[in-house]
Design a protein around this ligand. Structure first.
Ligand code: S6P
Ligand code: ZN
Length: 190
Protein backbone atom coordinates (compact mmCIF):
# COMPACT_ATOMS: atom_id res chain seq x y z
CA UNK A 1 0.00 0.00 0.00
CA UNK A 2 1.41 3.38 -0.99
CA UNK A 3 1.28 5.75 1.93
CA UNK A 4 0.28 9.40 1.54
CA UNK A 5 3.00 12.02 1.45
CA UNK A 6 3.01 15.70 2.17
CA UNK A 7 4.59 18.61 0.40
CA UNK A 8 5.01 21.97 2.07
CA UNK A 9 5.45 25.03 -0.11
CA UNK A 10 8.17 26.51 2.03
CA UNK A 11 11.35 27.64 0.29
CA UNK A 12 14.20 27.05 -0.02
CA UNK A 13 13.85 23.31 0.68
CA UNK A 14 10.61 22.37 -0.99
CA UNK A 15 10.93 18.60 -0.85
CA UNK A 16 8.11 16.05 -0.56
CA UNK A 17 8.21 13.86 2.56
CA UNK A 18 8.23 10.83 0.27
CA UNK A 19 9.58 10.26 -3.23
CA UNK A 20 11.35 7.48 -5.10
CA UNK A 21 12.78 9.25 -8.13
CA UNK A 22 14.43 12.63 -8.20
CA UNK A 23 15.07 14.05 -11.64
CA UNK A 24 17.18 17.16 -12.05
CA UNK A 25 17.42 18.80 -15.45
CA UNK A 26 20.14 21.32 -16.03
CA UNK A 27 20.72 23.64 -18.98
CA UNK A 28 22.64 20.93 -20.88
CA UNK A 29 19.52 18.72 -20.83
CA UNK A 30 17.77 21.45 -22.84
CA UNK A 31 20.39 21.67 -25.57
CA UNK A 32 18.87 23.02 -28.83
CA UNK A 33 15.51 23.70 -27.17
CA UNK A 34 15.84 27.45 -26.63
CA UNK A 35 15.50 29.65 -29.70
CA UNK A 36 18.47 31.90 -28.93
CA UNK A 37 21.40 29.47 -29.18
CA UNK A 38 23.95 32.24 -28.60
CA UNK A 39 22.30 33.27 -25.32
CA UNK A 40 22.18 29.57 -24.36
CA UNK A 41 25.93 29.13 -24.93
CA UNK A 42 26.76 32.30 -22.97
CA UNK A 43 24.64 31.20 -20.01
CA UNK A 44 26.01 27.65 -20.12
CA UNK A 45 29.59 28.95 -20.18
CA UNK A 46 28.92 30.60 -16.79
CA UNK A 47 27.32 27.55 -15.17
CA UNK A 48 25.22 24.51 -16.06
CA UNK A 49 22.45 25.69 -13.78
CA UNK A 50 19.41 23.69 -12.75
CA UNK A 51 16.34 24.57 -14.80
CA UNK A 52 13.85 22.18 -13.18
CA UNK A 53 13.46 19.31 -10.73
CA UNK A 54 10.91 16.53 -10.52
CA UNK A 55 10.00 14.31 -7.55
CA UNK A 56 8.14 11.13 -8.44
CA UNK A 57 6.48 8.35 -6.54
CA UNK A 58 7.47 4.99 -8.03
CA UNK A 59 4.54 2.88 -9.19
CA UNK A 60 4.19 0.15 -11.80
CA UNK A 61 4.17 1.69 -15.28
CA UNK A 62 0.98 -0.03 -16.34
CA UNK A 63 -2.60 0.83 -17.20
CA UNK A 64 -4.73 1.39 -14.14
CA UNK A 65 -1.97 3.10 -12.15
CA UNK A 66 -1.77 6.87 -11.73
CA UNK A 67 1.81 8.12 -11.71
CA UNK A 68 2.21 11.36 -9.82
CA UNK A 69 4.70 13.76 -8.38
CA UNK A 70 5.86 17.33 -8.01
CA UNK A 71 7.54 19.44 -10.68
CA UNK A 72 9.51 22.58 -9.82
CA UNK A 73 10.60 24.82 -12.70
CA UNK A 74 12.97 27.53 -11.55
CA UNK A 75 12.78 31.14 -12.61
CA UNK A 76 15.10 32.33 -15.34
CA UNK A 77 15.49 33.04 -19.03
CA UNK A 78 17.69 32.10 -21.94
CA UNK A 79 17.81 35.36 -23.88
CA UNK A 80 14.18 36.44 -23.64
CA UNK A 81 12.75 32.90 -23.47
CA UNK A 82 11.61 31.67 -20.08
CA UNK A 83 12.94 28.55 -18.36
CA UNK A 84 10.80 25.55 -19.28
CA UNK A 85 10.63 21.77 -19.26
CA UNK A 86 11.78 19.69 -22.23
CA UNK A 87 8.20 18.75 -23.00
CA UNK A 88 6.96 15.51 -24.49
CA UNK A 89 4.20 13.49 -26.06
CA UNK A 90 3.15 10.36 -24.23
CA UNK A 91 4.19 7.19 -26.05
CA UNK A 92 0.65 5.92 -25.64
CA UNK A 93 -0.48 9.07 -27.39
CA UNK A 94 -4.09 9.03 -26.25
CA UNK A 95 -3.30 9.39 -22.55
CA UNK A 96 -4.16 12.58 -20.69
CA UNK A 97 -2.59 14.33 -17.70
CA UNK A 98 -3.71 16.62 -14.89
CA UNK A 99 -1.57 19.47 -13.56
CA UNK A 100 -2.51 21.30 -10.39
CA UNK A 101 -0.58 24.53 -9.96
CA UNK A 102 0.54 25.00 -6.36
CA UNK A 103 2.85 27.99 -6.64
CA UNK A 104 4.20 30.52 -9.11
CA UNK A 105 3.18 31.77 -12.51
CA UNK A 106 3.51 30.00 -15.79
CA UNK A 107 2.10 28.65 -19.01
CA UNK A 108 1.47 25.17 -20.33
CA UNK A 109 2.36 25.00 -24.01
CA UNK A 110 0.49 22.21 -25.78
CA UNK A 111 0.08 20.87 -29.29
CA UNK A 112 -1.17 17.86 -31.20
CA UNK A 113 0.56 15.93 -34.00
CA UNK A 114 -2.08 17.36 -36.35
CA UNK A 115 -0.92 20.93 -35.66
CA UNK A 116 -3.42 22.25 -33.14
CA UNK A 117 -1.74 24.52 -30.58
CA UNK A 118 -2.80 25.87 -27.22
CA UNK A 119 -1.19 27.79 -24.38
CA UNK A 120 -2.90 27.83 -20.98
CA UNK A 121 -2.04 29.85 -17.90
CA UNK A 122 -0.78 28.16 -14.74
CA UNK A 123 -1.34 29.92 -11.45
CA UNK A 124 -1.94 28.70 -7.89
CA UNK A 125 -5.21 26.84 -7.52
CA UNK A 126 -5.61 26.26 -11.24
CA UNK A 127 -6.20 22.69 -12.36
CA UNK A 128 -5.12 22.13 -15.94
CA UNK A 129 -6.27 19.18 -17.99
CA UNK A 130 -3.92 18.14 -20.79
CA UNK A 131 -6.18 16.09 -23.08
CA UNK A 132 -5.11 12.84 -24.75
CA UNK A 133 -2.70 13.28 -27.69
CA UNK A 134 -1.42 16.73 -26.66
CA UNK A 135 2.33 17.29 -26.12
CA UNK A 136 2.97 19.48 -23.08
CA UNK A 137 5.70 21.73 -21.72
CA UNK A 138 5.51 23.92 -18.62
CA UNK A 139 7.07 27.37 -18.77
CA UNK A 140 7.88 29.52 -15.74
CA UNK A 141 6.96 33.15 -16.50
CA UNK A 142 7.31 34.36 -12.90
CA UNK A 143 10.06 35.52 -10.59
CA UNK A 144 9.88 32.52 -8.24
CA UNK A 145 9.57 28.76 -8.67
CA UNK A 146 6.67 27.31 -10.66
CA UNK A 147 5.42 24.30 -8.68
CA UNK A 148 2.87 21.81 -9.97
CA UNK A 149 1.43 18.47 -8.95
CA UNK A 150 1.05 16.16 -11.96
CA UNK A 151 -0.95 12.95 -12.38
CA UNK A 152 -0.98 10.73 -15.48
CA UNK A 153 -1.73 7.12 -16.47
CA UNK A 154 0.85 4.50 -15.57
CA UNK A 155 1.12 3.16 -19.11
CA UNK A 156 1.63 6.59 -20.78
CA UNK A 157 5.41 6.53 -21.32
CA UNK A 158 7.40 9.51 -22.60
CA UNK A 159 8.31 10.40 -26.16
CA UNK A 160 10.91 13.16 -25.88
CA UNK A 161 12.41 12.63 -29.34
CA UNK A 162 9.64 14.25 -31.35
CA UNK A 163 9.90 17.56 -29.47
CA UNK A 164 13.72 17.41 -29.31
CA UNK A 165 13.77 17.18 -33.11
CA UNK A 166 10.87 19.43 -34.11
CA UNK A 167 10.38 21.74 -31.14
CA UNK A 168 6.99 23.18 -30.21
CA UNK A 169 5.19 25.40 -32.67
CA UNK A 170 4.86 28.16 -30.10
CA UNK A 171 7.31 29.76 -27.68
CA UNK A 172 6.77 31.91 -24.61
CA UNK A 173 9.12 34.88 -24.41
CA UNK A 174 9.30 38.08 -22.42
CA UNK A 175 8.49 41.13 -24.52
CA UNK A 176 8.34 44.57 -22.83
CA UNK A 177 8.20 42.77 -19.49
CA UNK A 178 5.14 40.71 -20.47
CA UNK A 179 4.96 36.97 -21.22
CA UNK A 180 4.20 36.78 -24.92
CA UNK A 181 3.39 33.80 -27.12
CA UNK A 182 5.14 33.78 -30.51
CA UNK A 183 5.51 31.27 -33.35
CA UNK A 184 8.73 29.26 -33.00
CA UNK A 185 11.06 30.60 -35.71
CA UNK A 186 13.00 27.32 -35.69
CA UNK A 187 10.06 24.96 -35.81
CA UNK A 188 11.03 22.14 -38.14
CA UNK A 189 7.90 20.02 -38.32
CA UNK A 190 6.98 20.71 -41.93
C1 S6P B 1 5.02 13.35 -17.00
C2 S6P B 1 4.65 14.74 -16.63
C3 S6P B 1 5.65 15.48 -15.74
C4 S6P B 1 6.92 15.91 -16.50
C5 S6P B 1 7.70 16.97 -15.75
C6 S6P B 1 9.02 17.30 -16.43
O1 S6P B 1 4.17 12.82 -17.96
O2 S6P B 1 4.30 15.50 -17.75
O3 S6P B 1 6.05 14.67 -14.73
O4 S6P B 1 7.71 14.78 -16.70
O5 S6P B 1 6.93 18.11 -15.64
O6 S6P B 1 8.84 17.56 -17.80
P1 S6P B 1 9.59 16.69 -18.90
O7 S6P B 1 9.05 17.20 -20.20
O8 S6P B 1 11.07 16.89 -18.76
O9 S6P B 1 9.22 15.25 -18.64
ZN1 ZN C 1 3.31 14.08 -19.52
Amino acid sequence: MTLPFTFDLVPPHMTPTKFDNYIIRKLTALNNQFADSQAYEILLAKDDITVYEVYEIKLPEQAGELLHGISIVHSGKVGNEYFMTKGHFHIVLATAEIYYCLKGEGMMVMETPEGESSVAELRPGRILYVPPCWAHRSVNTGNGDLVTLFVYPGNAGHDYGTIETKGFRQLVIERDGIPTIIPNPHWTGE
